[in-house]
Design a protein around this ligand. Sequence first.
Ligand SMILES: O=C(O)CCC(=O)C(=O)O
Ligand SMILES: [Fe+2]
Length: 196
Amino acid sequence: MTRIELQHGGFLLFHDPFLTPDEARGSFSALLAEVPFRQETIRLFGKSILQPRLSAWHGDPGASYTYSGLSLTPNPWTPALASLRARVEAAAGCTFNSVLVNHYRDGDDSMGKHADDEPELGENPVIASLSLGAKRRFVLEPKKKGGEKVTLELGEGNLLVMAGTTQHHYRHGVPKQAGRGARMNLTFRRILPARI
Ligand SMILES: O=C(O)CCC(=O)C(=O)O
Ligand SMILES: [Fe+2]
């Protein structure tokens, strides 16, 4: 495990490898069969657009998540998701009540730069990101102008934990990368109870 202190605040814990190649391949095919992936429509600058990837939201009852005008009610834990959650919790040393599963069908699918800073995640969320399938570039860019970017290659079976004040100071994303094969990424999260 490598700890990476981020220059502008926050830190990363990188477990490489976390799953064996066999475990990663087994998880990929189990999730493909179990997870009801959809291509969601989000609202961005007043326009409706289809996300450039497939996704699914799973979690404990009540762990609802809202971003970019999209409100997600959790699907139940599947066997593969439940067993991955237990392993990720043991490595991260904390508990998670939900997971966003993203399926990048090929190198044309991507994730735009964003911070996971929705209020229901709390002040300094711990987000544990498990990658399966094709290796993709993961870019963290400081919100403040002029700071240094951090680029990681997230390969099959890697676990990346984002913690501390990372979401306050950085945006992250997965740019298009021509020629890449299918990839899945699971971000385990803790949704806090709604405030009254
Ligand atoms: O696919 C990845 O590595 C990143 C996913 C991500 O940032 C998210 O689900 O919020
Ligand atoms: Fe994210």
